[in-house]
Ligand binder design. Sequence first.
Ligand code: SAM
Ligand code: DTB
Ligand code: SF4
Length: 319
Amino acid sequence: MIHHDWTYAEVREILDRPFHDLLADAHRVHNDRFDPNEIEGASLVSIKTGGCSEDCAYCPQSARYQTGLETRALLSTEEIVAAARDAKAVGATRFCMGAAWRSPTDKQVDAVAAAVREVAALELQTCATLGMLTPAQAAALATAGLDYYNHNLDTSPEFYGEVITTRTYDDRLATLANVRAAGVSLCCGGIVGMGESRKDRAGLLRQLATMDPHPESVPINLLVQVPGTPLEDMEPLDGLELVRTVAAARLLMPHSVVRLSAGRESMSDELQTLCLHAGANSIFLGEKLLTTPNAGPNHDQQLLEKLGVRLTREPVLHR
Ligand code: SAM
Ligand code: DTB
Ligand code: SF4
């Protein structure tokens, strides 16, 4: 049964279970719904880089922090399509276009919509993450054939103000509602390792799991600690807390594809494997996330081979 009425206490009880019980429960649900030997490969390209007006404390692309990042204007449709072809060549089935905007102008949305049309023609699933959207902008992207929109809640409503002050949690919820209303699937998750407590991880998971329907994709990012950002010296999160978060996401949102998203570069193969065992069934492929290094295709291929895990277009739901 899929529930959308999770209470904080229920979510917290799941996160607090003895580790082996939590892992076994999550793997059972994962195995019932999906083939654990199949994962989705997604690919990211930064279509507009840096110079962002927002103050997200984790982000190398904020203009407020000296991260040494080279800014870049919006790529042309041709450049985006070339990146999409490269993504397809490494086995990606979803192509996500990310832009460092607070919210795009209508003209910028039109330019991205033109690229979406061409990427969709390559038979890649399309995703974009462009910041806050109006209902009309979401509808324009839907018309262009956008399959998914990524917009993260990032953390619990209570911890949110410690990380971002330039837009509110409610702003994010409004964009999510606009995207849903346009008929585009949601990719929505958060970041762990920003100094939040287990209470906040439970708060984030509760927000996600009380959406109806649940987001189709749930990215769980481990903070990438980028020099120059306010979170650069954060004490790294205990890996087992990441596994708990993934396992709880799997139990709370059994039909969603859970992506072990940013941060795999700093994880051991064993930690990544525990996350896949706990129910993660999507990763980003390729050398780069948006601006920071990713695990890389050679290493990923070796790991997937060792595990006997295949890349698949869409992890199959058994029931
Ligand atoms: N500018 C748009 C926005 O913020 O909505 C879209 C791009 S933004 C880079 C997309 C997401 O990337 C953020 O919401 C955040 O969850 C994630 N992210 C950014 N920097 C990160 C970091 N250093 N570590 C982990 N995740 C990060
Ligand atoms: C998401 O949840 N993670 C991706 C994607 N959505 C856009 C972004 C990760 C960014 C990591 C930092 C960087 O490379 O700039
Ligand atoms: Fe800008 Fe998005 Fe980075 Fe926030 S996460 S600073 S909105 S690019």
